[in-house]
Design a protein around this ligand. Sequence first.
Ligand SMILES: C[S@@+](CC[C@H](N)C(=O)[O-])C[C@H]1O[C@@H](n2cnc3c(N)ncnc32)[C@H](O)[C@@H]1O
Length: 252
Amino acid sequence: MCKHVFAFDHVILANKPSCDPLVYDDIRELEKLRRQHQKYVLHCVIPSSNESVVNKSSYYDGCDCKDNCISEDCGCKAKHVQHGIRIPLQIFKTTNGRGWGVRTLRNICKGEFICEYAGEIIKSVEAQRRWRELNLKDKGNAQNYILCLREHNIDPTRVGNIGRYINHSCSPNLLIYIVRFNSLIPIAALFAKCDIETGKEITFDYSGGENQIGGFIEGKNGEFRFENKKCLCGSENCRGVLPFDSTLQDTI
Ligand SMILES: C[S@@+](CC[C@H](N)C(=O)[O-])C[C@H]1O[C@@H](n2cnc3c(N)ncnc32)[C@H](O)[C@@H]1O
């Protein structure tokens, strides 16, 4: 694994970058980010509205802040994310063109922690570069794994966990939240939105970000064209296309 990576499960920071400039290799930059997002680090309760990756959600009221939390109402009894994956999950091949998916091998209760959406933490400019490269190569058909958060992006393509195989649904049974503990780097954590039966596929709504757009994206010189992928989630209220975060295409 590239040392120049912040890996999740749990966060590892390599001080001496040894390969491509992917991530936050300058601690001053991280410090700046920390100051900008101080409130996230200091409070374990994640606000709703546009400060959560799931801007339409309420907040995650468990706590994973460990000992650096100064929030007064924090009892620190619910460190779900720090315990890691506890539910037996299985990767399987979907039969309707969505590639691989993930299902649970036991009943899950509403609110249970499922897993992180783990991957390399990359800056927007690197996310844009990777996304463009991927789509030029695969003519828009590639599986896209990059999850855009507020101040950075998570790319599990090369380094990640089972979370990268979780498909999108417009009626998902999981919710994604940003959780911070013991680190400047937030974790995208997936929780059960409802009770889920053994054998059921688990899904989340990829449109949690703030910059979702639909329709076409065209390169400045007309050399690149992207159409949102058709959504095959099959739910009654399916929006028809997979969500796409516009920040990925800024440099096109
Ligand atoms: C994070 S990956 C999920 C795992 C992926 N199915 C695989 O085989 O590796 C996201 C990609 O899966 C596919 N995908 C996920 N949900 C989908 C859906 N509801 N409809 C169509 N394709 C989907 C898309 O190709 C998308 O870019």
